[in-house]
Design a protein around this ligand. Structure first.
Ligand SMILES: Nc1ncnc2c1ncn2[C@@H]1O[C@H](COP(=O)(O)OP(=O)(O)OP(=O)(O)O)[C@@H](O)[C@H]1O
Ligand SMILES: [Mg+2]
Ligand SMILES: [Zn+2]
Length: 177
């Protein structure tokens, strides 16, 4: 079977992990940077920046092993910057893996509300909270929105728009018949 790499693309609080719990293909290896940071962090925080590089390196190594064996990986990450997406596309290309981008982009206010429902207490050790500051969510949302028109040129074999608001779907542009 052809190795396959799925990758979510969506701001913090968009619903990527929720989607993955419900819909990740059976047998797929999930690479969650949140979960890897939690496991590596001395304070156990999923946002601990001090262990981010190690989490990415471990996730990358595990991805190579799975793809080399013809398996499927699901990266549960924000992927809001082009270089994050390029890293995963390059990784997949090493193994001629099929790539599936999963855009999880509900309207900004929905994402802010979901993020706002999270624990805002700041960890005394790493200085981070599970709730992401609103301007950070906003910036991630804007970056992905800006990237949408060019996503199909990045090299994904398939793109799925899981929760794009209707007004951003191409078929809704212009006058409806
Ligand atoms: N379709 C949905 N309808 C209602 N609530 C949702 C939906 N999807 C996710 N949520 C809620 O929104 C919050 C954020 O969801 P989730 O943890 O899946 O986001 P995420 O994209 O993984 O965020 P992060 O990048 O920070 O990990 C959770 O409280 C979740 O229960
Ligand atoms: Mg998540
Ligand atoms: Zn911490």
């Amino acid at each position: 079977m052809r190795p396959t790499l799925y990758a979510t693309i969506g701001p913090a609080g968009a619903g990527k992990t929720t989607w993955r719990h419900q819909h990740a293909p059976p047998g797929a290896t999930v690479i969650s940077l949140d979960e890897r940071r939690s496991a590596l962090s001395p304070c156990g925080c999923s946002a601990d920046p001090s262990v981010n590089a190690a989490a990415v390196a471990d996730g990358t190594a595990d991805t190579r092993a799975v793809l080399a064996a013809g398996g499927t990986v699901v990266w549960d990450v924000t992927n809001y910057l082009p270089r994050f997406r390029a890293h995963l596309l390059d990784l997949a290309a090493e193994f001629d893996a099929a790539t599936v981008g999963l855009v999880v982009l509900p309207p900004l206010l929905t994402v802010l509300a979901r993020n706002g429902g999270r624990d805002g207490r700041i960890c005394a050790v790493c200085g981070m909270a599970r709730r992401v500051p609103d301007p950070v969510v906003w910036a991630m949302h804007a970056a992905i929105t800006d990237a949408l028109p060019g996503l199909h040129r990045e090299g994904w074999h398939t793109l799925h728009f899981l929760s794009l608001p209707p007004y951003l779907h191409r078929r809704h542009h212009g006058r409806t018949p």
